[in-house]
Design a protein around this ligand. Structure first.
Ligand SMILES: [Zn+2]
Length: 338
């Protein structure tokens, strides 16, 4: 493993001192990042001549949270930022029998990484939420509690979850969790930046939230996966969770897969009997609960909108069908292009 500054210092004189990312990586991954055609691009600046779409505000609990400054439409880019630190999600160099040696070595690597940052970025890093350290060193704990895993940067030849990288941002790492997240994240390797897009329409003054856990999971799994952040999610979905909502989540992906097959068969003409009034009612009910449960912010909601488009069209409601089709296109633009 090696520490490298991205973009390499001196390669781009336009880069501000605070706009570098310190990256813990392998020689092979470093070479792939630096040699990508077009690298490095500047971080996309969205706000030339206008105010940013977000502001950092102190909450009554003395936390710095992020709020929308104006109405933001689903699909709009809300925030772009070069992270201040990144590295493999799982640092495999630290495989060892002795956990305390592993933790100490990890902390030393983090110390070496932080030392390379500008003073401003060091202060930003050290000011981020500490969470529950679970025996980790302070700097390691901060990384663990504030990083975003991305699948666009990875070790090896294929993007598999164990080889993914994770990144700590400045404003980005202050976006709080909700199972009803209103922004999603993609990583742009060429500008080496985190890109957050609105997944639903966001009102002016509304807080920005990103889901740190699998939204489809049961309440017990979500709580377990969020435990190390040191908070219990109080979002509407968590407050209203019960056996019924867990069961709905458990079956949701199967029902979406079924709808996907039905839609394909209806379009190809293989299925001409879909849909009865009862099937249409079931479809509307599925959509209603999916929205209540916040599952309409997931990429798989596209399939549900596809079935609704066909369903409304079959029912002779062209207006509603077009509405669902437009929403489907927005979801495609959010998740298929970074
Ligand atoms: Zn929640």
């Amino acid at each position: 493993m090696t520490l490298v500054t991205i973009p390499p210092r001196g390669s781009d004189t336009a880069v501000n001192e605070d706009d570098y990312c310190e990256l813990l990586t392998t020689e092979a991954t470093k070479t792939r990042i630096l040699n990508a055609p077009g690298f490095p691009k500047p971080v996309p600046r969205l706000y030339a001549g206008q105010s940013p779409l977000y502001e950092v505000n102190m909450t009554p609990e003395w936390r710095l949270d992020i709020f929308a400054t104006r109405k933001i439409k689903a699909g709009e880019i809300v925030l772009t930022e070069r992270p201040i630190f990144g590295g493999p999600k799982v640092v495999s160099i630290l495989q060892s029998q002795d956990p305390s040696f592993v933790l100490q070595t990890y902390e030393k690597i983090m110390e070496a990484s932080i030392c390379r940052m500008s003073d401003a970025n060091q202060n930003i890093y050290k000011g981020l939420a500490k969470g529950a350290t679970d025996g980790r060193g302070l700097l390691t704990g901060i990384r663990h509690n504030n990083c975003y895993a991305v699948d666009e940067i990875f070790d090896g030849h294929e993007s598999t979850p164990l080889d993914h990288y994770s990144f700590v941002g400045n404003v980005a790492s202050r976006i709080n969790h909700s199972c009803l997240g209103n922004v999603t994240l993609a990583f742009d390797p060429l500008s080496f930046s985190l890109v957050f897009k609105a997944v639903v329409d966001i009102k002016a003054g509304e807080q920005l939230f990103y889901s740190y856990c699998e939204v489809e999971a049961s309440i017990a799994t979500r709580r377990r996966n969020l435990a190390h952040y040191g908070f219990i999610c109080q979002c509407r979905v968590c407050q209203n969770a019960n056996l019924e909502s867990d069961e709905f989540r458990e079956q949701y992906q199967t029902r979406i897969a079924e709808l996907c097959t039905i839609s394909a068969n209806v379009i190809s003409g293989a299925n001409t009997s879909w849909l009865t009034n009862k099937e249409f009612e079931d479809l509307l009910q599925l959509n209603k609960v999916a929205i209540e449960e916040g599952l309409d912010a997931l990429p798989s909601y596209r399939e549900l909108l596809g079935a609704l488009t066909l369903g409304y069209w079959k029912q002779g409601n062209g207006l509603k069908a077009r509405d669902c089709f437009v929403k489907m296109q927005v979801i495609e633009s959010i998740f298929n292009a970074s």
